[in-house]
Design a protein around this ligand. Sequence first.
Ligand code: NAP
Length: 257
Amino acid sequence: MSRLTILLLGGTAEASALAQRIAEDSRFDGTLSLAGVTRSPKPSPLQTRTGGFGGADGLARYLRDQNIDALIDATHPFAAAMSANAAAAAAAASVPAIALLRPAWREQPGDRWIRVPDMVSAAAALGPTPRNVFLTVGRKDLAPFRAAPQHRYLVRSVDPPPPNLLPEDAVFIAARGPFALEDEERLLREHGVQTLVTKNSGGTATAAKLAAARRAGLPVVMIDRPPANGPAVPTVEEAWEWLVARHRDGAPAWRGV
Ligand code: NAP
């Protein structure tokens, strides 16, 4: 049977793990796609393309032009625009598609979560009284916190935010997970953190901050995920099984047209 041509939308640890498996299996011919927002992405064994496709229409064109047989959306659970485009483009180009969406974190005994639907609500949930806030929402989403300057922010992201996005007097730490529990506890102590703000990203790499907040009895402002866009599997293993099944099915009919 011929090789299955795969487009893998990446930017997550799960995408990297899946890329590794695809690269090692001669049944598949895969391309990893990255947005190009991280300065030094981890090298991948798969051939990699970088940058946007030009919306859902651009991606549908790419799927057709590159004869893609299967699309896997393994972008971050908060990459809502890309995921919506992926679902729309796959439908338009009749390409089988699935999202690889790691399970959300769940509140555990001892947690003090304040669940909110978006960044603006997260900033509002901090309240009017000045607090020391550990902000781990990524570098793109800082504007609502800049508009709440009564708080003192410790901001952590993989790459530094543009200075005009950083809240005034914020302390910035550049770091990429995985993070260890004892390091997270030390960080909270050293900066006198009173509240943690995070997206409900799920996964293990950045979960230690939640355990550290639980042990310190700190409230966590938890931003809920945007809604998913179609069929999804929660693990790399299940995404892999889906790919193997697509290979067994053979290329979609439109490839032969
Ligand atoms: P987004 O808002 O959903 O996407 C904005 C635009 O960036 C998309 O419309 C698309 O441009 C382009 N894009 C996004 N992911 C792409 C990919 N894998 N390959 C090619 N183009 C892509 O996404 P985002 O939240 O900025 O995230 C950007 C990347 O960072 C994603 O790959 C995501 O997995 C990763 N990431 C995001 C977060 C987060 O919290 N959002 C956290 C960790 C990693 P066109 O419309 O032109 O195609």
